[in-house]
Design a protein around this ligand. Structure first.
Ligand SMILES: [Zn+2]
Length: 218
């Protein structure tokens, strides 16, 4: 049941100290999301940050919960014509693997099916050259991790703080089940094996994700 875009290859970090990447509350230093910040938050939280980012840009957003097909994540609507989506946003919280043209083609397919001319693709990773070329030809705006952080940096201090709050509130590191939408729990493989994230819906839901040791390469 892991046919979604967020496959078990997406790795997650254990709870890191928020002060390592977000600055401390009450500190003089500006608090903002940095590379490490977008890296350690779980995939669903990453989507929430991207959604908040587009809300700040004046869109009404409707996020779509993930079914087994891992469909489009966020629909953008203009406030003047709320019934018509003006753009769709796909998010991939990937680490160490570039987003290829196949994923951009999938988004293009969804745009065509819904008569939406613009698309956005946001990732914590980067894009392959093929993906960049295809996106350019098809009205799709790509936001890789540097692009996202640059966009966030253009926002007011209050807006950046709001995004940081979305990112880091609660157990931001604990991944969400792609099938059920519930938080996964840490399990230990039988026979003294590795830790992994498992779904509380087991055995009905067999979603698992890799637990990445903090600071490790996974
Ligand atoms: Zn599940």
């Amino acid at each position: 049941m892991n046919a979604g875009g967020f496959s078990p290859t997406v790795k997650q970090c254990r709870a890191p100290a928020a002060s390592n990447f977000g600055g401390r509350r009450g500190n003089q230093q500006a608090r903002r999301l940095e590379h490490r910040g977008v890296d350690v938050i779980e995939w669903r939280r990453f989507e929430a940050v991207v959604e908040a980012l587009f809300q700040q840009a004046g869109f009404e957003t409707r996020s779509q919960s993930h079914g087994a097909d891992g469909g489009v994540d966020i629909w953008l609507h203009s406030k003047t014509v709320p019934d018509q989506a003006v753009s769709v946003v796909q998010c991939k919280h990937w680490q160490g693997k570039r987003v290829g043209v196949d994923k951009i083609r999938e988004l293009r397919g969804v745009m065509a099916a819904h008569g939406v001319k613009r698309g956005q693709f946001a990732t914590t990773s980067t894009f392959t050259p093929d993906a960049v070329a295809f996106a350019r030809e098809n009205g799709i705006n790509l936001l890789d991790v540097d692009g996202l952080l640059a966009l966030i940096a253009t926002r007011t201090a209050e807006q950046q703080q709001a995004l940081l709050d979305v990112a880091l509130e609660g157990d931001y590191w604990r991944p969400t089940c792609v099938n059920c939408g519930v938080k996964l729990v840490e399990r230990l493989a039988k026979g003294g094996g590795k830790r992994f994230w498992g779904c509380t819906g087991f055995p009905k839901c067999r979603t698992t994700m890799v637990v990445r040791a903090e600071g490790g390469s996974g």
